[in-house]
Design a protein around this ligand. Structure first.
Ligand SMILES: Nc1ncnc2c1ncn2[C@@H]1O[C@H](COP(=O)(O)OP(=O)(O)OP(=O)(O)O)[C@@H](O)[C@H]1O
Ligand SMILES: [Mg+2]
Length: 265
């Protein structure tokens, strides 16, 4: 399996994310070591791997919530030194402001940028519509189902027009039907916006359905090997028919890699 190189970049696209030699230690424990990853602008990359292999650590460093112990991380050609409006983050637990309505939650970022009121309202309405919640714009998070709350969280992040969307198991708490709906919606939104996405999931099927490439991480403290990138698998499928033999072949390849724990090269 090839290691990530720029040859995976589509012709003419700029590298939106460039991670090189990324290492993260917590005290004596090296959680993640020597991660190299290049992601093209507009690409959808999924990250899979067993619990503790460093998926969330990688995401938090990309978000700027944590600093790397060693290595470099660039987003849009700029070194990441902290959180920024160019990167939007969606976690499993929605993270909405419970005291704000759906519209106010989605308008929050644009309003903070001090955009004109009419433009803030237009952005909020557009992204609430994009996730199918127009009828619920004046509702409060507590009145919504988990799936609806996660739709609001996605709309809220998109309204900030991030160049990079970071998602850590965003659908992990949802029931299977809601999850499938949101996967379809996210795929459509990505096709329309071409926002670069890094999407962490435990579901290999979800990764293969959504992503252009799947990053497989292995290792982690409980394996005595730092978490690292085991392989990067391009998903070259004509369609994403989850029942097709080709789809299941890609799933099997990734599943085998997830269960391989090898030392970093
Ligand atoms: N704040 C912290 N302090 C100490 N160790 C940490 C901290 N955060 C993460 N770790 C360690 O770093 C390793 C990677 O954790 P991380 O949360 O990135 O894994 P993950 O792949 O996201 O796992 P999961 O699939 O369970 O979410 C783990 O061994 C974990 O114990
Ligand atoms: Mg995690």
């Amino acid at each position: 399996m090839s290691t990530p190189t720029t040859e995976h970049l589509a012709a003419g696209r700029t590298a939106d994310v460039a991670v090189a030699g990324l290492t993260k230690a917590y005290g004596d424990v090296v959680a993640m070591a020597d991660v190299d990853l290049t992601i093209a602008s507009g690409e959808f990359v999924a990250v899979v791997g067993a619990s503790g292999c460093g998926k969330s650590t990688l995401l938090r460093i990309l978000a700027g919530f944590e600093r790397a112990t060693a290595g470099t991380v660039e987003v849009g050609g700029t070194a990441v030194t902290g959180p920024g409006p160019d990167r939007g983050v969606v976690f499993q637990d929605y993270g909405l402001f419970p005291w704000l309505s759906v519209r106010e939650n989605v308008a929050y970022g644009p309003a903070r940028k001090k955009l004109p009121k009419a433009q803030v309202a237009e952005l909020a309405d557009r992204f609430i519509a994009a996730v199918g919640l127009t009828r619920f714009a004046d509702t409060y998070p507590a009145q919504l189902s988990g799936g609806m709350q996660q739709r609001v969280a996605i709309a809220r992040v998109l309204a900030n027009d991030p160049s990079l969307l970071l998602m850590d198991e965003p659908f992990g708490a949802l029931d299977a039907l809601t999850r499938a709906d949101l996967q379809t919606e996210l795929k459509r939104i990505h096709t329309e916006t071409r926002t670069t996405v890094v999407f962490v999931t435990h579901s290999i099927e979800e990764a293969v359905y959504l992503a252009d490439r799947v990053v497989v991480m292995t290792g982690g403290a409980s394996h005595g090997v730092p978490g690292h990138v085991q392989a990067v698998v391009p998903v070259d499928l004509p369609d994403r028919d989850v029942t097709s033999p080709a789809f299941n072949e890609v799933k099997r390849t990734i599943s085998d890699l997830v269960h391989t724990v090898a030392a970093p090269a």
